[in-house]
Design a protein around this ligand. Structure first.
Ligand SMILES: Nc1nc2c(ncn2[C@@H]2O[C@H](COP(=O)(O)OP(=O)(O)OP(=O)(O)O)[C@@H](O)[C@H]2O)c(=O)[nH]1
Ligand SMILES: [Mg+2]
Length: 451
């Protein structure tokens, strides 16, 4: 990808709005102001109101601001244009800019340039994207801390500690006859490594919480047919969202609704009842349900107290069990006919008894779900990690650190040095330092155009 040319993009969301923002970054930002506004010397950060003109004709009366690099988001000269938010206006302005030789930006390319120009590192860039996509307020504080370099500086501190231990270890290898590592130094190094190990454990343990507060928490309602799943969804939503019927196999397509649960963004999924069936459409619904249950965060397993615990219950519970958490809702308590308290398969799960029809136990169930989300947070860790990439890399660091802590730095100095170097490499990857094109693509592919 070329990085020395000028790029443009619509930075506001697609569709109609009161105002749209179009951005240009690169050497042509200033000449664009001249070409489209007749502004011979745009002034840094000064807002001007003027018609955006392509040739003779004015497209729209706009505001524009010129930002002189390097004190800008990308580090380059930038021009921001605020026009009326109709699709036709935005498109016409963008087309005029492109015809002036300024290329449309790829996804995340503005932020990518910010990284290239040292305005932020990869972690901060990832946090910018997570912040844009965050649905609930709970994530904002944590993400802003990363955007402002909080996580980066913690990781850089780890790196410095590892460097120091590596230097001592290598000195031990090079001058093994004359220079030995003192006991004090060894104890100190071990203390540092153990502290780092503890921090990494918190980061990894809190990842579920970070995910829940940034991208939301997915809750599937699962169970055998006719157990009252759709009735439960309706009771939670307080409206007739899903069709309820006294026959099994009513719900086939997955029904999805978002709710705000104690300020957590929770997506509920009502699913097809799981059982063996020859009905082709029902089969498809069950297949979709099984796929969904492999990627949700929590399953509410709905059992039916008016019928015995059956083979279909076992099948459904097996699928629901693919979730990190399962809560059992013992439904139809109003017509309870069987004792579910001794069923071995259900014993290990948190259980709430109630009736979707009578709207009892529903509040208690939601409280249990909310507690599960809150309980994901491990300790008083100020910083969180937010992406799968970050989690995987830190898990690798932790594994290597675990191996290192089992070694004796004095007698196994060479192996230790290798492990320390590998840890350094992983930490560098984590920060995105020297990241290859593939990693950059991976990070920026989820960005919006214009960011
Ligand atoms: N008595 C009683 N009946 C209930 C309760 N909850 C649901 N029902 C009834 O059970 C039947 C099935 O309810 P649904 O909500 O459609 O069940 P489902 O699990 O979604 O069924 P499928 O979509 O077929 O898998 C309906 O006749 C409901 O009125 C309850 O708490 N008590
Ligand atoms: Mg249903």
């Amino acid at each position: 990808m070329r990085t020395d040319d000028s790029i443009c993009g619509i930075s506001s969301p697609p569709g109609r709005g009161a105002i749209a923002v179009i951005r240009i970054s690169g050497g042509k930002a200033s000449s664009a102001a001249k070409k489209f506004y007749g502004d011979p010397g745009p002034v840094h950060r000064l807002v001007r109101t003027a018609p955006f003109k392509n040739g003779g004709s004015g497209i729209d009366l706009t505001n524009y601001v010129f930002f002189k690099g390097p004190g800008t988001y990308t580090g380059e000269d930038m021009l921001e244009i605020y026009c009326h938010g109709g699709t036709a206006v935005q498109d016409a302005i963008l087309a005029a800019i492109v015809s002036a030789g300024i290329r449309p930006a790829f996804r995340g390319e503005f932020t990518y340039r910010a990284v290239l120009n040292g305005k932020m590192d990869m972690l901060q860039a990832e946090a910018v994207n997570t912040l844009i996509n965050a649905n609930t307020g709970s994530a904002i504080d944590y993400l802003n801390r990363i955007v402002h370099g909080g996580l980066s500086s913690e990781i850089r501190k780890f790196k410095e500690e590892i460097y120091e231990i590596l230097a001592k270890t290598e000195a031990g290898i090079d001058f093994s006859d004359s220079l030995d590592i003192s006991d004090d130094l060894l104890t100190e190094a071990r203390k540092d490594l153990e502290a780092m190990n503890g921090k990494l454990s918190s980061f990894i343990a809190d990842y579920g919480f970070a995910k829940a507060i940034s991208t939301g928490y997915k809750v599937a309602i699962a169970g055998k047919p006719n157990s009252g799943k759709s009735s439960l969804l309706n009771a939670i939503l307080k409206k007739e969202r899903a069709i309820v019927a006294e026959y099994g196999g009513t719900t086939r397509d997955i029904i999805r609704e978002e709710i705000d649960l104690d300020s957590y963004d929770v997506t509920l999924y009502d699913t097809a009842g799981i059982r063996e069936t020859d009905d082709i459409i029902e089969k498809k619904g069950i297949l979709k349900t099984k796929e969904l249950l492999a990627e949700t965060d929590l399953a509410v397993f709905v059992a039916d107290l008016s019928t015995p615990f059956s083979k279909a219950d076992r099948m459904a519970l097996k699928e629901a069990g693919k979730n990190p958490s399962v809560i059992v809702f013992l439904n139809k308590s109003d017509i309870e006919a069987y004792d579910y308290s001794e069923i071995p398969e259900l014993r290990s799960f948190e259980t709430v008894k109630g009736s979707a029809l009578r709207n009892s136990g529903v509040k208690a169930l939601l409280k249990a779900v909310s507690a599960k989300i809150a309980g994901l947070k491990n300790g008083p860790c100020e910083t969180l990690i937010f992406t799968e990439r970050q989690k995987q890399l830190l898990s690798k660091v932790k594994r290597e650190l675990g191996r290192l802590l089992k070694k004796d730095i004095r007698s196994e100095a060479e192996i230790c040095a290798e492990l320390l170097k590998h840890i350094l490499k992983l930490l560098n990857d984590f920060l995105g330092a020297g990241a290859g094109e593939d990693i950059r693509e991976y990070i920026f592919k989820n960005f919006c155009i214009g960011k």
